[in-house]
Structure formats: C-alpha cells, structure tokens
Design a protein. Structure first.
Length: 421
C-alpha cells in the first residue's frame, strides 16, 4: 500500500492550504455536528474530518494496520462550488478477493487497531451488513462485499472510525436528504434511496431532496446512523472549527459537500427551541396486558422512552397516562400508535428540552460472544458503563450461564478496553 497527498494543478488557487491540525481528544466535552445538506458518503466523511483538522497521517496510520494491499489513499484540495474543500479517495490498483461479512469482521477484530476505533468500525460494518442481509434475504455471515467495493468500504469505515476516535466528540447530525431515481450496481438497477441505505437509516430523520441523485450511500448511512447520538437541523453550540468534505459528483442545486463543525455546547437562556416531545393519552379501560402491549408498540415505533402513570380520572375512575418521549418529527407517528392501541380519542403533545451525557457504543468480545456497551461520559464524574441487557440475556441463555455472569464479564472487559484506549 502506498500513500500520496495530491494537489492537482488548476483546482485550488496558489497558496491554498488546509486548516491547522487539531490535537487528539480535542472534542471531549464538545459537539461535532455533521451538516449533511448534500448527503453523506464514507469518503466525504473522512475528507470533512481531515479538513476540520484531524491529521491525515492518523488516517494513514490506522489504515496501515489492516492486512490489505493493492490500494493507495489520496487526499486532494479542491472546491465544492465556490467553497474550498478536501476530497478523499481510495484507489484500488490490484485485484481484490470477494469477502463476506464474517471474513471482514474477523479481519477487523484481528487487526492491531486502537480499541475504540476497532469497536466503532465493527459496529458500523455490522449495521451495513445487517441491512444488506435483509435486502438480499441471506444470513448475516454470508453477506458479500464485492471486488473494489469491499476494500473501499473497509477503508472508508475504518478511516472514519479513526477520525471520530481521534476527536472524541459527541456527534450530532442533521436530518438527511434523500434523492430520487435509480442507481446501477452489481445487482442491477436499484431504486433510490438504495435499499441498504434506507435500512441503515431506520430511526434517522430524512426528507425529500427533490433531485434525482444518490445523496446518501449505504456506507455513509451506516456511519452516520451509528455515530450520531441525536439529530437536529442545527444544534445549540458555539462553532470553533469547520471542515468541508467534497463528494465526487456535481449536483444541480447545491455544493456537493459534507460540513463538519466542532464546537462548545451552549444552552439558550430562553430555551425556546424544544428538542423533543412528550406524547400522552389518558385511558381508563386498559387491562395490564394491553397497557404493556401499547408501551412495547410505542418503543418499536421510535419512542426514546415510554412509561405508565396511574391517575384518578373524573367521577373517581382509576386510569393511566401512557407517555412517550420522542424527537419532534416522530410525535404524530407515536400519537397514531396511541390511537391504534388504546381507546383514547386523542393525544396531546408537550415540547420539552433535555440535557444529556455524551454517549457512544463500544463492543467487547466475551467468552459468550460480542456484547455492545453504552458508555456515557462528560464532566459529571466517572463514565457510566452499561452492557445491553437484551444481548446479555440472549448470550446467557445460549450458553446456559446466569445473566449476571455475562454482565459482570462484559463490564470488566469494557473497563479494560476504555482504560487502554
């Protein structure tokens, strides 16, 4: 593998230069906003974060840990419309074998990658593979990533994971624009948004971009859906550093670039802009089984949390309030669930704001299998570390061990990984 910084003559003006490089960990306690008004792809993500200030040498160093050959990395300076931007590309120069998901995950697991980079890269690739498996109705381990695309995807995902690890920021992303039309691929002509992209974006706010173009690639969708802890048109923060990552095609109505902005969180004194909504309905005729079913339906429909509160209603009747917390754009979707699953004739919506710890997901390899771990950080004492209980329970049942043993083992490995990362 060779690396080359390339600045083609005629694109950037004489004297064009990138922003100063940032220090590792500069994003701790800060927000990294991915402004994807033109969509997102893996190469755009790396380009935007390097343009922001992540050293390109860090991407090269981490990618060189992979047991892959026959390609080179290229970083160019150029323009997206009138905006100076960086462009990243992976040039495959030798034949590459086809690899399935099991082989790629084993490759990532065995590579001497930094622990947090490795965990994030594996989580992104798993999301992508799960989407492809569902599209093609095959087992997860048998999902194939063909020819050039496999190397491209591996490098883009590992390189992007290295950038996010380097910064250490809490990631917020804008709602994603989706293009119309079709795209040609190895499997033939597919509708846009590409089926795998759409499945990767479950739970992510999207909107119609109004143009015929692929704006969100499967790799870009998997990256942003995995790393973003929340979505907003623009977060409340104080911008400090800005980077632009240029895409490969020209768009008819906008610069084709991903903007990355790093800044300090800031709470508006008026707190006028709500970030979430509580959707509620009062009922007085639900059995316990139906109430539990309604809560489960709310969570499946995208509620961030759902709960029941006992109340006394008019004429002394005992009743319940069914409540769900959700992003603003999901309020009516959850309201429809309440109307469908209960006898309520209406629901109410209360805008709310919330403060939260920055959080991210890591993955640990235990004797019972891989366990995802939620890590919540911030200047409020020691990090909160919580294994995903449902996965722990499934692993415990499969191996015939107490679930508390799996949880304790996962916690121990997570603390070791975080300590070494």
């Amino acid at each position: 593998m060779t690396h080359r910084h390339h600045h083609p003559a005629g694109e950037p003006p004489q004297g064009a230069r990138r922003r100063p490089e940032l220090e590792r960990g500069v994003g701790e306690g800060r927000l990294l906003f991915l402004d994807a008004q033109s969509g997102i792809a893996g190469d755009m993500t790396i380009a935007a974060l390097v343009d922001l200030g992540v050293p390109f040498a860090e991407v090269e160093r981490v990618v060189s840990c992979l047991p892959l050959r026959g390609f080179r990395l290229e970083l160019q300076s150029g323009f997206a419309g009138a905006i100076g931007a960086s462009h990243f590309d992976v040039h495959v120069e030798a034949a590459q074998p086809e690899r399935n998901y099991r082989e790629i995950d084993a490759l990532l697991r065995a590579a001497p990658l930094p622990p947090r980079t490795q965990s994030l890269a594996r989580a992104i690739f798993r999301r992508l593979a799960e989407a492809e498996a569902e599209v093609h109705r095959v087992d997860l381990d048998e999902v194939h990533f063909h020819e050039v695309g496999a190397v491209d995807a591996i490098v883009d995902i590992v390189g992007a994971a290295a950038c996010f690890d380097f910064l250490g920021a809490d990631v917020v992303a804008s709602p994603l624009p989706l293009g119309r039309g079709t795209v040609e691929c190895r499997h033939g002509r597919l509708p846009l948004p590409a089926p795998a992209s759409l499945l990767c974006l479950r739970g992510v706010p999207t909107y119609d971009a109004g143009i015929e173009a692929e704006l969100v690639t499967p790799t870009g969708a998997a990256i942003i859906a995995t790393v973003a802890s929340s979505f907003a048109s623009w977060p409340s923060f104080i911008p400090e550093h800005v980077g632009w990552g240029k895409g490969t095609r020209e768009l008819p109505d906008r610069p084709n670039a991903l903007r990355a902005v790093l800044g300090q969180p800031w709470a508006s004194p008026s707190a006028a802009q709500a970030s979430h909504v509580v959707v509620e309905a009062n009922v007085d005729d639900l059995t316990g089984e139906l109430a539990g079913h309604a809560l489960a339906a709310l969570l499946r429909a995208g509620a961030l949390d759902a709960w029941l509160t006992p109340i006394q209603m008019k004429k002394g009747r005992p009743g319940l309030i069914l409540s769900a917390l959700c992003p603003i754009n999901a309020a009516d979707q959850l309201g429809a669930v309440l109307l469908r699953e209960t006898s309520s004739l209406g629901y109410r919506k209360s805008p709310v704001t919330r403060g939260e710890r920055p959080r991210r997901m890591i993955e640990v390899q235990t004797p019972w299998g891989s366990i995802p771990i939620k890590v919540s950080t911030g200047p409020w004492g020691s990090p909160q570390i919580k294994p995903e209980f449902d996965v722990c329970a499934a692993r415990a049942e499969a191996h015939g061990v107490p679930v508390r043993e799996v949880i304790q083992g996962a916690l121990m490995l997570a603390r070791e990984q975080l300590g070494s990362g």
